[in-house]
Design a binder for this molecule. Structure first.
Ligand code: FAD
Length: 449
């Protein structure tokens, strides 16, 4: 049965994972969906200027993989065809954390894929391009979200093409998936409305990444390695993941005044000083395929759109424009994809509403909160480092003890290991830890910490 349309045209600002996912969610409900992207979009998987983070390891959690498969059926098969590397959860990534070098490796019962961000984005982009009513306009920079003079309703987006020509594209719905969300904030300011309150956690993270050809004599006991430092004084960590094309991508990084350098020799020296030698030993003789890419990430930011009285009708920020998570936990793309699924579900439920476009943003922001709660709770753990800026929760010591106890239980008990991995992959909410029998076991462990 054909879906009920709720508007003529939706415009999405940004063709990152958030924007592409949103386009997939909107296509059934609008006559036309137009995605505006300021970059030139490569015909093949390739880095591009607008997403510099793509040069660094990008983990797609199982929840994100499933969300993208829900929006774009067959997505996982396309990943496999593109050479993405299947990883058995709990088994294929050697995880090294203080006290567990490595953490017990056991098969938790599912696989997910490791793939480069350019390939992942390329697959999703092609799917959006193949939607009959979607148009992807590259080299088209959105300049302004346009609203009625009273600021009540969004009417379109003013943008500039590659040749410098400016035009205004009409829209019943504007989705701001630009990452920064600057145009949403500018609109609110221009119509005299307050910006959303923000919670920030200052982490001053520095990443350095190289890609290597996988050596013939690579270790056989793992496909990837995740090495943690020793909080609170050693923030240095690393993640080595396989990529399509028989490559490893290796991101190493630290915080505040312990940032990795940008030259190849310095990169290796930094890797050598990780808490364990596994990553350094793997890469020290491996053939490097390109230079060292660096990236700085100042702070995690959560914008509380849910606390605003109302957004202009027809405006919806999504993805990083709402919440930017510490990238070390690999959550941003998956949360953006889950948000796109939420958008799709809400549009379906609102089709009989007298004014679905007015009801959409408040419903979205309300339903988003439980979705964000679990990944944001991970961001809070950054307060383990004393230099972290922001409002350290009063009960933080208890949170830390809880984390240590959960880790110990997970190491001992495969069922808890699986449960913790499901929460980490955003397949289950953190509230599963409130199960009374588990609480008893955790309290007993916490007493030992
Ligand atoms: C170093 C680093 C590592 C990361 N690692 C991971 C990871 O391992 N796993 C994970 O899930 N997430 C990771 N993330 C986060 C992830 O990249 C984002 O959360 C995810 O891409 C979703 O973002 P988005 O689509 O909202 O924005 P983006 O991916 O940033 O996309 C925004 C798009 O909008 C375009 N744009 C911006 N302004 C305009 C404009 N005015 N007009 C037109 N187009 C515009 C940009 O060019 C870009 O294409 C990492 C982030 C960083 C910084």
């Amino acid at each position: 049965m054909a879906s009920t349309r709720i508007g003529k045209q939706a415009v999405v600002i940004g063709a990152g994972i958030g924007g592409l996912g949103a386009a997939g969610a909107l296509a059934d409900r609008f006559d036309k969906v137009v995605v505006l992207e300021r970059d030139t979009l490569p015909a093949e998987p390739a880095y591009r200027a607008g997403t510099p983070q793509a040069r660094h390891v990008h983990v797609l959690l199982l929840s994100g993989q499933r969300a993208l498969a829900e929006l774009f059926p067959g997505f996982e098969q396309e990943l496999a065809r593109a050479g993405a590397v299947p990883l058995r959860a709990g088994l294929d990534i050697r995880t090294e954390r203080p006290g567990y070098d490595p953490f017990p490796q056991r098969d938790l019962g599912w696989s997910s894929y490791a793939v480069s961000r350019p390939t992942l984005e390329h697959i999703v982009r092609r799917r959006v391009e193949s939607l009959p009513n979607a148009t992807l306009r590259q080299r088209c920079r959105a300049l302004e979200v346009v609203a009625t003079p009273d600021g009540e309703t969004v009417t379109g987006v003013r943008c500039e093409n590659g040749d410098g020509a400016s035009e205004t594209i009409a829209a019943d719905l504007v989705v701001d998936a630009s990452g920064r969300g600057a145009l949403t904030l500018a609109l609110l300011q221009s119509i005299g409305r307050p910006p959303p309150e923000e919670t920030t956690i200052g982490i001053d993270l520095g990443y350095a990444t190289c890609v290597f050809a996988i050596p013939d004599d690579a270790a056989t006991g793992w496909k990837g390695v995740l090495t943690f430092g020793q909080a609170p004084h050693n923030s240095r960590g690393g993640l080595l993941l396989p990529l399509e094309g028989n490559r490893w991508m290796v991101t190493i990084g630290g915080r505040h005044d312990d940032l990795p350098p940008g030259d190849a020799e310095g990169y290796l020296d930094y890797a050598r000083a990780l808490r364990t030698p596994t990553i350094y030993n793997a890469i020290r003789h491996a053939r490097r395929l390109d230079g060292v890419a660096r990236h700085g990430f100042r702070e995690s930011v959560r914008r509380h759109f849910e606390r605003l009285d109302v957004l202009p009708r027809g405006l919806l920020p999504i993805g990083d424009a709402i919440c930017r998570f510490n990238p070390a936990y690999g959550q941003g793309m998956s949360v953006a994809a889950l948000e796109a699924c939420l958008l799709r579900r809400l549009l379906e439920g609102l089709e009989k509403d007298s004014d679905p476009l007015a009801a959409l943003a408040p419903a979205f922001m309300a339903e988003l909160q439980p979705l964000i709660e679990t990944p944001w709770a991970v961001a809070i753990l950054d307060f383990v480092f004393p230099e972290t800026r922001g409002q350290r929760p009063a009960d933080f010591e208890t949170t830390l003890k809880f984390g240590i106890a959960l880790n110990r239980l997970a190491a001992e008990d495969p069922a808890i290991h699986k449960l913790a991995a499901e929460v980490q992959n955003l397949l289950k909410p953190r509230s599963v830890y409130r199960d009374p029998a588990l609480v008893q076991r955790l309290l007993a462990k916490m007493a030992e910490v």
